[in-house]
Design a protein around this ligand. Structure first.
Ligand code: SF4
Ligand code: SF4
Length: 82
């Protein structure tokens, strides 16, 4: 899963781009629900939030390093295909 760092400027552009509805506005900045973020596996070749973020504040969450296979399984779970 990816994560949003405190460099986020709350510009709102990433939230509507997420195919998994994993991004939401938290108490101070936008956040990513790691249980819903597939790093866009299953939907797109590149993480859509990273593509649009103007301040490049969306790295891989070091607490949630996942293989492509794991991300794929998450995608299938989220879409009800598994
Ligand atoms: Fe959503 Fe994709 Fe960003 Fe994860 S990488 S938060 S699935 S847009
Ligand atoms: Fe924050 Fe980047 Fe999302 Fe804008 S695109 S709300 S700066 S994480």
């Amino acid at each position: 899963a990816l994560m949003i760092t405190d460099e986020c400027i709350n510009c709102d552009v990433c939230e509507p781009e997420c195919p998994n509805e994993a991004i939401f506005l938290g108490p101070e900045i936008y956040q990513i629900d790691p249980d819903r973020c597939t790093e866009c596996v299953g939907h797109f070749d590149e993480p859509q939030c990273v593509q649009v973020c103007p301040v490049a504040c969306i790295p891989v969450d070091p607490q949630r390093m996942e293989s492509r296979e794991t991300l794929w399984q998450k995608y299938q779970r989220l879409t009800g295909e598994a």
